[in-house]
Design a protein around this ligand. Sequence first.
Ligand code: SF4
Ligand code: SF4
Length: 205
Amino acid sequence: MKKPKIRELKEAVKGIFSRPYTTKFPYQPHTPPPRYRGKPEYYEEGCVGCGACFQVCSANAIDMIDNTEKGNPIRTLIQHPSKCIFCRECERNCITGEGIKLTQRFDIAYVDEEDVLSSVKHKLITCLYCGTVIGTEKHLRWVLKRIGNLGFAQPVLLSQLMEELQVKTEYEEKGVPPIQRTDMLKVVCPKCRRIAFISDEKKEK
Ligand code: SF4
Ligand code: SF4
C-alpha cells in the first residue's frame, strides 16, 4: 500500500479544524458568487420582442409563439429553466442588452413548471393583406429610433412614426385585394409590396 504524502496528511489535519467548504443550503440561505449563471429572466421594459434570444438558444429553452389568429396579434416569448444550459448566449445576443438576463437564482426545482417560467408579451404588426408577421410594434419603433431620418424611406416604419405622433394613418384598415400601387405605403409585407409594384407596372404597359 502506498503511504500518504506529507501534503495530503497536512490537508487532512487542516480539514478537521477548518470550516466546511460546502454551505448549509437549504437550511440556511445561500448567496452564489457575483458571476454565477442562474435562471434567465425577461425584463419587459428592456425587451422589444425581436426574437434574437429565441434564435440563438441552442438548447431550445426559449419558445416564441406568434398568435395571429385573433384581432389582436401577440408574440409571446417563454424561457424554460428546465431545458436551459445557462450558456448566457441569450443575454449576450440581446439587441437591447436589457431584455433577458441571467440571475443569481439557482433553486429552480418545481412541481408546476408555470412557477419558474419567465415570459414576455408584445403586440405584433402584421401585413394588412396576407397577415404575414412583420415584427413587434416595439421592435419597429426601436429600429426607427436607431436609424433616425432613414426611417422615412420605409413605409412600415413611417406608419409607426405617425402612430407615435398620433397622426391619423390607414394602419387599422383591412386590405382588400387586389393590392394596388398606392397600397405600398400601407403596413404591408415586402412580398405584397412587390406584388403591388409589379401588377401596377404591368397595367401601365
Ligand atoms: S442561457 Fe443559453 S440555454 Fe438558457 S435560455 Fe439563454 S441561450 Fe438558451
Ligand atoms: S429584445 Fe432581447 S430579450 Fe427581447 S426578444 Fe430581443 S433578444 Fe430577446
